[in-house]
Design a protein around this ligand. Sequence first.
Ligand code: ATP
Ligand code: MN
Length: 295
Amino acid sequence: MAKTPIQDGIKTSVELTHPERIYWPDDGITKQDLLDYYDLAWRRMAPFVANRPLALLRCPDGIGGPRFFQKHAWKGIDRHIVEIADPEDKDAAKLLKIEDFDGLAALVQSAALEIHPWGTTTDHWEKPDMIIMDLDPGEDVAWGKVVTAAKEIGERFSALGLTSFVKTSGGKGLHVVASVEPLATWPHIKDAAEAIAHAMSADSPQTFLSVASKAKRAGHIFVDYLRNGRGNTAVAPYSARARKGAAVSMPISWKELDDGIGPASFTLKNAASRLDQSSSDPWADFFKAAAPLKA
Ligand code: ATP
Ligand code: MN
């Protein structure tokens, strides 16, 4: 990978050991490359990952090796990855959060190649600030249909008075994320997401599924609303994916969303130009757009 100049040059006190260690072998992407990418992304990414409980996909030997999906601390964890008690379950093993770029650098150092936050912050733990809809196309679904489906979800959120934003998953689909004022509790948020998914499958049963059914998946788009329960997670905006091709989950604008942008179009290699300070940020108004979820 061509050396990305550390453009933002955010200071971190976390030292990478073996910065030349390869995390994505087919793409030749190293630990240092990942940190350089996050250095560019951090300004935009921070409010979506800082001070939120996190689940991490750790791949100590890179994407070809063993992988661990972890919500709890491990031996020798860096002090910039902070343990936090779940206020609803004080006896349970502590969860994890980061607070700043040092925390993100510590995640890179720890080979956390995917970052999956809760849809809330620890300031208002019981009141999520987003609703996440995950579109999972079955085999044989034309990409244009997924694009249309995302736009339909955007319209359904609008009808509820909510502004929503779209990102590539970095895998196979798209995520549509509505910005909500942290006033409603988890069950209300999940009910709203479920109502949208069920309405879509009721209105267009030949296109949408709202229940996970492997048998029926082919030819359908699964509208997964189950990211919205307490303790559930979804991959963060700007997070890398531990998959071949080194795609990232990239926020895009509704205007950009068309047949030309695929679910894995944006990668650790090609993202830099979108992230420099002179490029527009399609999710800049995410938290400004927050509106209450009406009953
Ligand atoms: P795709 O476009 O491929 O569907 P995605 O990000 O929507 O990508 P997955 O990566 O399959 O979907 O993740 C599914 C959900 O399960 C995510 O919300 C994630 O937080 C969670 N998850 C991922 N890996 C694990 C795991 N090993 N164990 C438990 N939960 C996981
Ligand atoms: Mn998905």
